[in-house]
Design a protein. Structure first.
Length: 153
């Protein structure tokens, strides 16, 4: 199998990239999309490009992903499928079958802002999310609108 990147996958039509794989780091908390049925994640590939990943949450796959997909998780998606919609919010990589996800070693205590590993030094005083430094807390609040997700997880 050959690797592929998010940028290489972006196509105007739905496309399945057979024989390819993409390694992704989850950089967002898992969220069930309104209407249900899909788990929506923001992911980053090894080039640092960011995209969306949608995983079907039907019962069959639910038990296999529970607790494994969240901030800092690393996964390999096999034979990835890219789907494009007029609404960019819905465009992204889609996973329909549990066997298309392999779980890699996650990033331990990933800093919410810079992605650094082993961020045990600092926590947001309100929600408890972890950071490597006070600077990263401040930058997350001023540049990344941390307030929008500042609630207990
Ligand atoms: Zn940091
Ligand atoms: Zn917070």
């Amino acid at each position: 199998m050959k690797p592929i990147t998010i940028l290489e996958m972006i196509t105007p039509q739905e496309q399945r990239f057979g024989g390819r794989y993409i390694d992704l780091t989850v950089i967002d908390d898992a969220e069930i999309k309104s209407g249900g049925g899909w788990l929506q994640l923001v992911v980053e590939d090894d080039d640092g490009d960011v995209g969306r990943l949608f995983v079907v949450t039907f019962e069959q796959i639910k038990t296999s992903i529970e607790g494994k997909l969240g901030f800092g998780s690393r996964i390999r998606v096999l034979d990835p499928i890219f789907m494009s919609f007029t609404s960019e919010q819905l465009s992204g990589i889609r996973v329909f079958e549990p066997k298309c996800i392999a779980y890699l070693d996650g990033v331990e205590n990933m800093c919410r802002f810079c992605g650094e590993e082993n961020a045990n030094e600092c926590k947001c005083s309100k929600c408890g999310r972890k950071y490597c430094s006070e600077d990263c807390i401040e930058l997350d609040q001023s540049k990344m609108m941390h307030d929008l997700i500042c609630y207990a997880v």
